[in-house]
Design a protein. Structure first.
Length: 266
């Protein structure tokens, strides 16, 4: 544990579940601060704004600042801005994603702008044939094609589902034959962009998550160390049958913190 300088931390199922703070989360963040560790909370969410997520953490008693949060949307913008500074981006997405692109110095282009450099797909509840047509034309003209995630469905309150970001990207892929780059977990880009921001290397970094096929797989793809906590999606029985094996397993962040404190005092 001691060689880890950097902690990448999933939120839902690790820090909180719904509106409930999970055991040890507040104390773990305090330990990170006290011990001078670098850390970022990661989320695949392409709909909630960073301000909304930070406000939720504050309500749950975890003070967090923007530098300690990276969404898949932020990772996408950081990646595009580094590769193609000032790029012209056609966005399939809603206003928060447009504003985020502008914050990173990118130029958001409108319909019929085949000269765009990038087509970026996020959740868009107003997706229609016109947007699909424009996105397909731009990708066919040679633009970079990036999607925030490939989640086909978005769970909503009450147990239902809506078409997710991945469904929209799949429509553009079907029309172009071009497979998009994916930002969110289990792909490594979100983690790589977080390490880029922190100035950290994979060998000194650990990914903490609750999902074997999302968080742990992303950590392995990005070359980081991995910790699975059992406070969310997966349990020990899942680990036994899964080909994806985390390096360490703990019940929750409270259990992880006890181990870290024992190592430090020994």
């Amino acid at each position: 544990m001691l060689p880890y300088t950097t902690y990448l931390i999933d939120l839902d199922g690790v820090v909180y579940r719904g509106n409930e703070l999970l055991p040890g989360a507040r104390e773990f963040v305090q330990w990170l601060e006290t011990n001078g560790k670098k850390y970022i909370f990661l989320t695949n969410n392409s709909f909630a704004t960073g301000a909304q997520i930070l406000a939720k953490l504050e309500r749950l008693g975890i003070p967090a600042t923007p530098e300690h949060l990276m969404s898949a949307g932020q990772a996408a913008m950081q990646n595009i801005a580094r590769r193609l500074p000032g790029a012209r981006v056609y966005i399939v997405g809603e206003q928060p994603l447009v504003e985020l692109a502008q914050e990173y110095g990118l130029t958001v282009v409108e319909v019929d702008a085949e000269e765009a450099d990038v087509v970026l797909v996020g959740l868009d509840r107003f997706f229609d044939y016109s947007k699909l047509t424009c996105a397909v034309r731009i990708v066919l003209a040679g633009a970079l094609f990036i999607t925030i995630n490939r989640d086909p469905l978005l769970p909503i309150a009450g147990g239902g589902f809506l078409p997710g970001c991945g469904t929209l990207a799949a429509a553009i892929e079907a029309g172009t034959g071009v497979t998009p780059e994916v930002v969110g977990k289990p792909e490594p880009m979100l983690l790589q962009e977080a390490m880029e921001r922190l100035g950290s290397k994979p060998e000194e970094t650990v990914m903490i998550g609750d999902g074997l096929d999302v968080d742990i797989l992303a950590g392995q793809a990005a070359g980081t160390h991995t910790i699975l906590v059992l406070s969310g999606r997966n349990n020990r029985a899942d680990i036994e049958v899964s080909p994806i094996k985390p390096e360490h397993v703990y019940e929750d962040l409270a259990d992880l913190l006890r181990q870290l404190q024992q190592v430090k005092s020994s």
